[in-house]
Design a protein around this ligand. Sequence first.
Ligand code: NOJ
Ligand code: CA
Length: 564
Amino acid sequence: MSIGSPLDVREPAADWWRQAAIYQIYPRSFADSNGDGIGDLRGIIGKIPYLVALGIDAVWLSPFYPSALADGGYDVDDYRDVDPRLGTLQDFDELVAGLHAANIRLIVDIVPNHSSDRHDWFREALGSPRGSAARDRYIFRDGVGPLKSEPPTDWVSMFGGSTWEPVGDGQFYFHLFAREQPDLNWANNEVRADFLETLRFWSDRGVDGFRVDVAHGLAKDFTEPLPTFEQLGSARTTAEGNHPYWDREELTEIYAEWRAVFNEYNPPRIAVAEAWVEPHRRHRYAAPTSLGQAFNFDLLRANFDAAEFREIVTRNDVFAKETGSSNTWVLDNHDVVRHATRYGLPKDDSEEGDELVQAWLLSRGVEPVEDHQAGLRRAKAATLFVLGLPGSAYLYQGEELGLREVADIPDSQRQDPAFFRNPGVDAGRDGCRVPLPWVADAPAFGFDATGSGRAHLPQPSWFRDYSVDVQESDDASTLALYRVALELRRALRSGEMLTWLDAGSDDLLIFERPGGWIVATNFAERPQALPEALVGMVAVLSSDSGRARDGAIDAETTLWFRRE
Ligand code: NOJ
Ligand code: CA
């Protein structure tokens, strides 16, 4: 494929991502090979047979670069190396080879909006005068007021507190996230060129693609007069594309340069944007001339509710077709409360859709009461619904075990900056990042392969019942369900069409895929009659022990059928 040409979606090898099941590994919490309580690359290598048995197409690896972990590794000291606690470049090469030999692709997280404050460039900037080339790689500005001691604006960072940090000489640097994450200046050519080199560095090592962190944030324009934080409001975009730091027009050019690099490879490297923008702006990231795919996070904010799910699917189907990309479905990731917990709490109709969840987290999981059983039943029904849809399914480690959020982590053991910078307001994201339980009767539930019993976040005792070994010996386990569903999904994804069937009830969603696959989800708390056309058909798979019985579908259940 020639440089700069759009991704050719007709080429089978280049198509792999369009309907892939991509499993996110948060490396520090997946599997620890050497007993220091921190998951590592050799830990992942040891679990390749597990990934094969699960039936995924690709792994998305969250940051594994050298980092002080001010933000779980999203504070990168060096973009072209491996954190020594996680392994070496040689381990990385072995991981790529091992996954590829198992027919699993690998995409890595790339964090271009900000480096860490320990990056060589940032150290150099701090040691250089105002106006220097070294400071131009970041965003430095003079303070205001007679002593230049006030921050340039009153803007609040994503983790709370000012977006500006003083450096002691009258200047401040800008950071959208933690103060240890200074934002890079994407108007600087050296920054742009260096990232192209990083993309080639990992592509040459065999990675199949990239997940682009804060893809909507890179471009900035801080020309005065600058709006107040109140004037900015909560919007992450403006109709003119001139928000000072979100979703700006210049991003189009930046990602066209990236696309040219991706297309130097055969098959082209893929990319998926983390872009929290209005759905109608997503095409700027998802277009084949841009990154190629963009996350749709709509389901993270939705209740387990038929009308909400149908609206989200319909809307996103239109967007995916308009852009030439494919859909992305996400129920869980390392930034949100696990879906087995979200669906175990009462429905939340707040604007952001997460007020109740936040209240629950802040109460340490006490108020409102979480219904574990219902939460898991709905989570499994939602998963089978999503796995039946056309597009890529992004799964997050531990959801295949039916894990719910760990809400009662003691303050002294928390790690997330969102918690520390917003005392009493934000409980942080540690509860979905607890090291996985592999073996019920082993120290640290087998997270650590040496038996040292160490785990960098405390694991609750209930993890025992959710451990991999327990679930592997139970055909009715959540893990068994994921395995069967992912295997069947390979046949189900024969085309990207979806046709809604008349379900005859507001609580029932039924759609058909090419090849005669039919997915039916009952969102109600009571059984529902199935439409005439499905009565008598035998379900191939059920999200719960529930089946189609006497022409009805059980409460909060998804069934997969296949026409003869
Ligand atoms: C999004 C990542 O998913 C999140 O974990 C991180 O804190 C921010 N970007 C900042 O890099
Ligand atoms: Ca380790």
